[in-house]
Design a protein. Structure first.
Length: 379
């Protein structure tokens, strides 16, 4: 199969983010053919993967389908893999890694399937080019994804390489940071579009404020990265990629008309957030301050206040946090009139201490923790 003709494109994401990912993919002009708990399928050519990698805020990886086939055992996997024209995809001096998800009774150890697939790729390359590419676990260059369920197998080129969640700006993460893709989804769920104030007390390492600034600027998160797996393919259209980057960068705004404010009681957290924002290039858009959350400035007008407090799962003792949630409720009532308040938490019992009626409860997962984004209309 020619990898540069149109094919199925599998876009993966964290559990719970598919509704937000689907909206993003459709907004870019693509049709969603199907979806599941951690991803969706669209259709396009290799150049379409460039755009998806560049623009998507809530995705993990963009995978381009090379081949789907019936596979009843490791020997069949080898034959079907060897049949792909890898010499037209992989440069002879490149580095290859294999990632797999295996759910078939014929394979007890996924590492065995990885090795079988890698052997087929290397053997084909040696037979056709006389050279053997390096191989290993690093996912920075050529990445091949294998999905094997019962008697069906799919082989994808991973065009992203490292997860798209790894934007590259969070050089100094703090304890239990929120992943960038989750932060984006939470902000999008709150309806933030950069046309009103965004206030983030308890900002931690600044991820929510930084992602809000990127959304306000309409700046594609992929502009922050210089390395993608597709840049290592043999026939990558690098001129098209550079033109796409320039076009996307030109679209990004240079300023915003409303405030983004991030505060934390920890000076270490604020220092870290400032450094991360500088790395991202949005520090001039965010007003940082060290203070108790209840002393955070709330600009006049309309806006969003979004708080991600500790909830006793990985940080803090749940029994000691009830007072914090009560004070968040008081803060909303006394200082945030006219705003929409949001609390992201993995502890619904603690959320009851806020003492306000929720208007929405949007489900999310933070790692393996089931969470809710709770919305409060504050009058």
């Amino acid at each position: 199969m020619d990898p540069y003709n149109a094919s199925k494109i599998l876009v993966t994401c964290a559990r719970g983010l598919v509704p937000f990912l689907e909206k993003e993919v459709k907004a870019l002009g693509y049709t969603v053919e199907s979806s599941h708990e951690t991803g969706l399928v669209t259709n396009g050519g290799m150049q379409d993967t460039y755009k998806l990698n560049l623009e998507l805020r809530t995705a993990f990886n963009v995978l381009f389908l090379l081949k789907k086939f019936t596979c009843k055992g490791p020997d069949e996997l080898y034959v079907e893999t060897y049949d792909i024209e890898w010499e037209n995809i992989i440069p002879e001096d490149e580095y290859v890694s294999v990632v797999s998800q295996i759910d078939t009774p014929t394979i007890k150890n996924s590492m065995f399937a990885n090795q079988k697939l890698k052997d087929a790729v290397v053997d084909r390359m040696v037979a056709k080019t006389g050279k053997r590419p390096d191989a290993g676990p690093e996912r920075k260059n050529i990445v091949i994804n294998l999905y094997w369920k019962d008697d069906n197998a799919w082989i994808y080129l991973n065009t992203s390489g490292e997860k798209l969640a790894d934007r590259g700006y969070r050089k100094i993460p703090l304890e239990a940071p929120m992943q960038e893709t989750l932060a984006s989804a939470v902000i999008l769920a709150a309806g933030y579009d950069g046309k009103r104030h965004f206030v983030n007390p308890m900002c931690g390492s600044g991820t929510l404020a930084i992602e809000a600034a990127l959304i306000a600027l309409n700046k594609a998160p992929g502009l922050l990265r210089s390395n993608y797996a597709f840049l290592h393919f043999k026939d990558t259209d690098k001129a098209h990629w550079q033109a796409l980057r320039k076009e996307t960068l030109k679209r990004s705004g240079k300023k915003i008309d409303f405030k983004i404010i991030a505060t934390d009681i920890s000076s270490k957290s604020v220092d870290t957030a400032v450094k991360n924002a500088k790395t991202c290039g949005v520090d001039h858009l965010i007003e940082f301050a060290t203070c108790n959350f209840a002393d955070t400035e709330i600009p006049s007008g309309k806006g969003i206040v979004l708080i991600n407090p500790e909830y006793g799962a990985r940080m803090g003792d749940a029994s000691k946090l009830a007072g914090t949630y009560e004070r968040i409720g008081d803060f909303f009532k006394k200082k945030c009139g006219g705003y929409t308040g949001y609390i992201f938490t993995g502890n619904i019992d603690l959320a009851k201490k806020v003492g306000l009626r929720t208007s929405k409860r949007i489900p999310f997962y933070n790692g393996g923790i089931e969470c809710r984004l709770l919305e409060y209309e504050i009058y």
